[in-house]
Design a protein around this ligand. Structure first.
Ligand code: ZN
Ligand code: ZN
Ligand code: ZN
Length: 329
């Protein structure tokens, strides 16, 4: 628990007084307290208890469209996951009725969902209003920030910062969605000041922040070329397996090669002399698959290939993309 209090300073004696009021007095009854200057994010709040986990990103208008982006929502677990998350709350979120039923349900409303009692759900179902959208949006953002926090290994109520959120985006291959304003804030780029008298030859065109960010994010894996390895001179060289965890981790963040849903696993090619004892495919020979399609492939590779195409073709297409966007360079 944290609180904002205004101190009374007695400069002569060097004593500082706080008047926390009855409900905050217990803060001081436990012994020591931490005192700090209020950050920008909370200094506008009135004196008293600071609401738990105030997330400064929720107030950032430049983040709004990002939070509502379909791919972002999908990466965080999808809209169904918001419903499940809301099912853990047992209060009706519609504040405009005096009476609420004691059973609850979840109502979808753009851009998220709303927790309602049965009675309010009856009344509001099929309606689309800005008031409802505001509640749905609040839920969406709260849920999303919690998901990102957990994904990044923080506590759910961790105060998520902009660079942390951008890192989550980059890590999940969503870097291309980050808008210029957000990217330049995260990279702490200063706005350019152009002197009033400038010769054209003095202007050095600078890269937009999004480009810098994507440039940094994309070169994940470099494949080295060495035409003269010791093995290349041997008649029967021992097989070396190309391993690259960075690459397979990235593959996992891509869309399933069969259904375009988020992938769960990098599948190492089987068949074609790969995937047997001591011949596990190189980490380069992987395609992203969701759990369902990965299971389907391992259960019956022949049936799988008849349905979705040869693994080699899927691999070729995927490698083409990885090279084309510079992930492999
Ligand atoms: Zn209600
Ligand atoms: Zn799939
Ligand atoms: Zn597999």
């Amino acid at each position: 628990m944290r609180a904002i209090l205004t101190p009374e300073v007695a400069p002569m004696s060097g004593v500082v007084l706080f008047r926390p009021g009855n409900e905050l007095l217990w803060l001081f009854r436990r012994g020591r307290v931490v005192i700090e200057t209020p950050s920008e994010a909370i200094q506008h709040l009135p004196s008293g208890l600071i609401p738990e986990a105030h997330q400064p990103l929720t107030d950032d208008v430049s983040m709004q469209s990002l939070f509502e982006n379909e791919r972002v929502i999908q990466r965080a677990g999808g809209i169904k996951s918001i419903d499940v998350w809301l099912e853990g709350k047992f209060e009706c979120q519609w504040p405009h009725n005096d009476w609420h039923a004691s059973d609850y349900t979840v109502m979808r409303h753009h851009p998220g969902s709303i927790r309602l009692c049965w009675s309010c759900d009856n009344q509001l179902r099929e309606q689309t209003t800005e008031r409802l959208a505001r509640i749905a949006r609040q839920n969406l953002v709260e849920w999303l920030i919690e998901r990102v926090n957990i994904d990044l290994g923080f506590k759910p109520d961790h105060t998520l910062t902009l660079p942390e959120f951008c890192w989550w985006m980059v890590r999940n291959d969503l870097g291309d969605l980050i808008p210029e304003t957000v990217a330049s804030k995260a990279l702490r780029l200063k706005p350019e000041i152009i002197a009033s008298v400038t010769r054209e030859s003095d202007i050095v065109p600078s890269l937009p922040a999004v480009e810098i960010l994507q440039e940094k994010a994309k070169k994940i894996v470099a494949v080295n070329v060495d035409p003269e390895t010791p093995e290349s001179f041997m008649l029967r060289p021992k097989r070396r397996r190309w391993e690259n965890e960075k690459y397979t981790r990235w593959v996992k963040t891509q869309q399933c090669s069969c259904c375009n849903n988020p992938a769960d696993d990098p599948h190492h090619l089987i068949g074609h002399g790969q995937g047997g004892m001591g011949t596990k495919a190189h980490d380069l020979f992987v395609i992203p698959l969701c759990r369902a399609h990965h299971d389907e492939l391992h259960a019956d590779p022949v049936a799988f290939e008849a349905k979705y195409g040869d693994q080699l073709v899927l691999l070729f297409r995927f490698l083409d993309r990885a090279l084309a966007i510079g992930v492999l360079a």
